[in-house]
Design a protein around this ligand. Structure first.
Ligand code: GAL
Length: 418
């Protein structure tokens, strides 16, 4: 009887503890597109930190670099009245979700965490809808990077280029030596990522602003834009026949393995080098895309949060918002992801030379007016305009369209989308 009684007490005790844990813990369902090796390692940090606080993470990963597939899936979930707790949404799109009245107010967490003091004002503004926080920024990525395998350059007797003329010279040598000069992923967002860096470098920062941000038809159809299309087309002969449709991280792997010499890609590519145990300055080199040194095309990841009715899930949601801007998360996440912290005043000790260069270039470019939002990564224009640019860029790259017609078509399709 005694034994029985103690079993009953123990069972009661256990079920009470389990119950009380369940009662204080909620669930977050998080939509994101971080599925590559480096990305998955990064997002796992957030999951871990939330679980440490007793909450549950329901992963809603939708593969597809650049996030266009994820955005389509998010739309359909939201339309059916069943959005996730949080979703990776960026730039001007945050305002569009705000217009729909489905986002939750994060002001209380923001105030407690002093977000207004910790975030650059330009970043904080993007995260607010009608003056209230509805999104949390995670990081700052730089787009205009070139990832280099120095060993391949060495074997080919080529020099790392800083201009497009030098690029030609180097690429020719690399091809002759039997390597693939450029690791390329033929998907529209990757093509647009390369193209916008060319526009910034060849045209200069003002031209980038006029075209990729202001979408000025006169500049879109100009001799400078024709030149940008020519430089873009010229790259194609230095890519391999398997480029069409290739995922960006597979292209990065070609550089890591020494099959290809270079890749033009944002610094999430660094996450792949890091995940593969490679060191910057030794196994790989990161330099700005030719002719873009001093320029910084930025891309800020962020999560919007939807209205949630369950009280415990709401707590979990607010915990997620709070954790994202805490120093520990900012450090570990960004080291893995290849980005730099969006929280200002962070210690730099954990960051490698590429991240430090990114931090310094970010600050310097803000001072010279060369810090500009990425069109390809949804920082600069509304989705309809971005879609029009993507269509023209990808049609041009995958056809024999002349550079003149590329520029003409860019101006007309963008105007029609505005
Ligand atoms: C970007 C995103 C990055 C990275 C990349 C490739 O749009 O901002 O965080 O994930 O897509 O998926």
């Amino acid at each position: 009887m005694k034994a029985k009684l103690s079993t009953i007490v123990l069972t009661l005790f256990l079920s009470l503890t389990i119950f009380s844990q369940a009662a204080s813990a909620g669930e977050v369902e998080v939509l994101h597109w971080w599925t590559s090796g480096g990305e998955a390692r990064s997002v796992a940090v957030l999951k871990e930190q939330l679980e440490k606080e007793g909450h549950t993470w329901k992963d809603f990963a939708v593969a597809g670099g650049g996030g266009d597939t994820a955005m389509t899936v998010l739309r359909s979930r939201a339309v059916s009245g069943n959005p996730p707790t949080a979703a990776q949404v960026k730039g001007p799109q945050i305002q569009q979700w705000g217009d729909e009245g489905v986002l939750t107010n994060l002001d209380a967490v923001a105030q407690a965490g002093k977000w207004d003091q910790l975030l650059p004002a330009v970043v904080a503004d993007v995260m607010k809808y009608e003056g209230h926080y509805v999104a949390v920024p995670v990081n700052v990525h730089r787009i205009n990077w070139m990832w280099v395998n120095p060993e391949v350059f060495r074997k080919a007797g080529a020099k790392i280029p800083t201009t497009w003329d030098q690029f030609n010279e180097a690429a020719r040598k690399i091809k002759k030596a039997g390597f693939i000069p450029v690791a390329f992923g033929g998907q529209n967002w990757q093509e647009a990522t390369v193209f916008e860096s060319i526009v910034a470098g060849v045209g200069g920062t003002d031209f980038y602003r006029q075209t990729m941000i202001d979408a000025n038809p006169k500049q879109l159809n100009s001799p400078t834009m024709v030149r940008c299309f020519e430089v873009f087309r010229n790259i194609k002969q230095y890519t391999d026949k398997n480029a069409p449709g290739r995922d960006w991280n597979l292209a990065t792997a070609m550089v890591i393995k020494g099959e290809a010499a270079m890749q033009f890609m944002g610094d999430w590519a660094k996450g792949e080098f890091t995940a593969a145990g490679k060191s910057p300055g030794v196994d790989y080199v990161a330099v700005p895309v030719p002719e873009t040194s001093g320029q910084y095309l930025f891309n800020i990841d962020s999560f919007i949060m939807f209205e949630v009715s369950d009280k415990e899930n709401k707590k979990a949601q607010m915990a997620m918002a709070r954790l994202i801007l805490e120093p520990k998360f900012q450090e570990v996440f960004n080291v893995n992801k290849g980005s730099i912290p969006v929280r200002t005043g962070m210690p730099r000790a954990a960051f490698d030379q590429v991240a430090l260069q990114s931090i310094n270039d970010f600050i310097a470019s803000a001072g010279t007016g060369d810090l500009v939002p990425s069109m390809a990564h949804e920082m600069a224009v509304f989705p309809a305009v971005r879609g029009a640019i993507f269509d023209v860029v990808t049609n041009f790259y995958n056809s024999n369209m002349s550079a003149e017609n590329g520029a003409k078509s860019l101006a007309s399709q963008v105007s029609a989308a505005m």
